[in-house]
Design a protein around this ligand. Structure first.
Ligand code: ATP
Length: 296
């Protein structure tokens, strides 16, 4: 096998709580993360030598600045691999959006190379190595529904949820995760998640309770600094999506719909109101069994 194609799926945060600041400068978080269907396609092809990354989105950095490059470097150094790899990223996940697009690509590269070269790393090994690249990488390796703690890299898998449809909107602005955490002030938080209650709601599949328990403390920073995101939440609510929530540090906002038809209707309305803005119907996606397509 010389070529492999891997789907790199985005995530949303159904809850996100900040528990405090750590001595290492990071924040201690507790968050329920959920894989969604929206994905980049990462194609890995063996080459003579070196690592070459190209992406369909010309705004993405190339070379070492691309996290997919760093993921390949990590794997190749670990195993002393002398061959090269060409990485092509078909980018569908909006960038710097709170959807872990870069982390998903890194996870796809690690999983893909493990298979392409038969490196024999277990999922646990991949999770440990993935954490070196970024806090969201371990979740992207595991996928499905999970409770994450620490910097987000300590993952406890939760049972898969039933099919739940949502509408995802990425306003036309980019938000730096570092900027949002730096400006986080616990005293400004007005609504914290009840993580236990959300886990119970997910386990029973009670859509109303799932929606009621959506909460993200980082909204206290992003909505204040970027009023357009607050405005977007209002517009989404008016389009029939109750209690829309920002994902991660934003600026993407998702709203859970009753079913696929309701999601499509709401998305149509939003597209008409906000031409040119990224509006996508998606659904929650289970932990991945097999996401590879091998090519010869
Ligand atoms: P998270 O939710 O994990 O904080 P995000 O969705 O907010 O991530 P990304 O899309 O992962 O953010 O991008 C964050 C930064 O990483 C961007 O500034 C981007 O230029 C850089 N980057 C490097 N490699 C990639 C990649 N393969 N895909 C997307 N962004 C990348």
């Amino acid at each position: 096998m010389e070529k492999i194609q891997v789907k790199a799926r985005a995530k949303i945060n159904l809850t996100l709580d900040v528990l405090g600041k750590r001595p290492d400068g990071y924040h201690e978080v507790e968050t329920i993360m959920q894989t969604i269907e929206l994905h980049d396609v990462v194609v890995l092809e063996e080459a003579e030598h070196g690592i070459d990354v190209t992406a369909s989105n010309p705004l993405l950095p190339g070379g070492e600045s691309n996290i997919a490059y760093r993921a390949a470097r990590l794997m190749m150094d670990e195993f002393g691999i002398k061959k090269g790899i060409r990485i092509r990223i078909d980018k569908n996940i909006p960038v710097a959006a709170g959807l872990a697009g870069g982390s998903a690509d890194a996870a796809a590269v690690m999983k893909g190379l493990n298979r392409l070269w038969g490196l024999g790393l277990s999922q646990e090994d991949l999770l440990t190595k993935g954490a070196l690249l970024g806090s969201d990488v371990p979740f992207c390796i595991r996928g499905g529904t999970a409770l994450a703690r620490g910097r987000g890299e300590i993952i406890h898998s939760l049972p898969d949820v039933p099919e739940i449809w949502l509408v995802l909107v990425k306003p036309s602005l980019e938000v730096s995760t570092a900027e949002i955490y730096k400006n986080f002030r616990p005293e400004r938080v007005t609504r914290r998640p009840d993580t236990r209650a959300m886990i119970n709601a997910l386990q029973t599949g009670d859509l109303r309770r799932i929606i009621e328990n959506l909460a993200n403390v980082l909204e206290s920073v992003t909505l204040e600094r970027y009023p357009a995101v607050l405005q977007l939440k209002r517009v989404m609510e008016e389009s029939g999506l109750p209690m829309p929530l920002m994902s991660g540090s934003g600026p993407s906002v998702f709203g859970i719909a009753e079913d696929r038809v309701a999601a499509e209707k709401a998305a149509e309305r939003l597209k008409a109101q906000m031409p040119g803005v990224f509006v996508e119907v998606s659904r929650m996606y289970p932990a991945e069994q097999q996401e590879f397509r091998e090519k010869r």
